[in-house]
Ligand binder design. Structure first.
Ligand SMILES: Nc1ncnc2c1ncn2[C@@H]1O[C@H](COP(=O)(O)OP(=O)(O)OP(=O)(O)O)[C@@H](O)[C@H]1O
Ligand SMILES: [Mg+2]
Length: 354
């Protein structure tokens, strides 16, 4: 196992800079998840760690050794991609054992490794099947088995589950997590899916436009996003943002209609226009509440009621635990606990609340 250290890493394709001054440490045994919008540089960063892309500037250290110039096959890193590229004419056992076999390991040693890896990914009964005779999830497990036989120092995953249907994604997510708990191999995992990120990561790194916006434990980022980008990126349904003015005399957040929502005192902030972030599940039905929700659409999911509408003319989503007998066109009075409010600068989206 190994620690990874990225020190001020940049990547350019000609004049195009796609990664800018990325510094990140991944501790030995840690599970770090990279998230961010399409094109922000997640795959590029992973491919640089694997050695599949040159590093334009900065240092990559694997286990304390500078690895910029070490060829991929000598890095002791296994990478699993979204497309699993199995050999269609080889059965599962042959696919998993491909690495040891071409390295010239003995048939016995190879078989042992294959059996162990197949056991880990629950494919022991499928060793004689061809990839064409497997489901998508089983094929993805073969690809993981092929990485496990290598017993690498570092695992890299690039959106390994995005080709799978919802149920399989969930199963594989749990299996990958269990695998990590068993072997504690240092892992960097890229995903688009922020639920995957929240549930799997020891630490989440949120990227945007070739830079790191924020990193931290999943709930730390969820509860204290450093800016509106991170706040809007993590959470489903996403946080809504309302225009208001901070009034230090309350302290409160006042809206165009004059409604005032009590909030915690913001340090060193005078009266100024702000953005108020509210997570959908933090709205509370309260007949005396300061906010009025005009209801557009109601979606009972069984476990919850999702309500779409407007507050102060601005679109919001509310998630209530209770079942509601309301209809489109109705209004509901709401309040939000002061500590559940996220206040951001209107101008640059930076966090103002503590
Ligand atoms: N070989 C290349 N030449 C020029 N530009 C490239 C090359 N490879 C990637 N890029 C650019 O680098 C940026 C980052 O790409 P990358 O594939 O790392 O994004 P990503 O975060 O993985 O996106 P996605 O979520 O869609 O997979 C993109 O703007 C992409 O167009
Ligand atoms: Mg990618």
């Amino acid at each position: 196992m190994a620690q990874l250290e990225l020190a001020r890493i940049s990547k350019s394709y000609g004049a195009l800079k796609v990664l800018n001054d990325i510094s990140l440490s991944v501790a030995d045994g840690e599970f770090v998840v990279l998230v961010g919008p399409s094109g922000c540089g997640k795959s590029t960063l992973l491919r640089m760690i694997a050695g599949l892309e040159d590093i334009s500037a900065g240092d990559l250290l694997i286990g304390g050794t500078r690895a910029n110039a070490i060829p991929p096959q000598k890095r002791d890193i296994a990478m699993v991609f979204q497309s699993y590229a199995l050999f269609p004419h080889m059965n599962v056992g042959k696919n998993i054992g491909f690495g040891p076999r071409i390295r010239g390991e003995s048939p016995d040693a190879t078989q042992q490794k294959v059996d162990r890896a197949a056991d880990v990914v629950n494919l022991g009964a499928y060793l004689d099947r061809l990839p064409g005779q497997l489901s998508g999830g089983q094929r993805q497990r073969v690809a993981m088995g092929r990485s496990i036989v290598r017993d690498p120092q570092v695992f890299l995953f690039d959106e390994p589950l995005s080709n799978l249907d919802a149920k399989l994604r969930l199963e594989m997510r749990t299996e990958i997590k269990a695998l990590h708990q068993k072997f504690r191999t240092t892992t960097v995992y890229v995903t688009h899916d922020q639920i995957e990120a929240m549930t799997m990561a020891d630490r989440i790194v949120v990227m945007n436009g070739g830079k790191i916006e924020q990193e931290g434990a999943p709930l730390e980022l969820y509860d204290r996003p450093a800016n509106m980008f991170v706040a809007g990126f993590l959470g489903s349904p996403a946080m809504d943002f309302l225009d208001a003015e901070y009034d230090p005399d309350g302290p409160s957040l006042t809206f165009a209609s004059g409604a005032a929502l009590p909030c915690p005192r913001l340090r060193n902030v005078q009266r100024e226009p702000v953005k108020v972030g509210i997570r959908p599940e933090r709205h509370r039905i309260d007949p005396d509440g300061p906010l009025t929700l005009s209801i557009d659409v109601i979606e009972p999911t069984g476990a919850e009621t999702h309500v779409y509408g407007t507050i102060e003319g601005q679109t919001v989503r509310c998630v209530f635990r209770e079942r509601l007998s309301v209809k489109p066109g109705d209004t509901l009075r709401l309040s939000v606990d002061p500590e559940a409010l996220h206040v951001f600068e209107r101008k640059d989206g930076g966090r103002l609340s503590s």
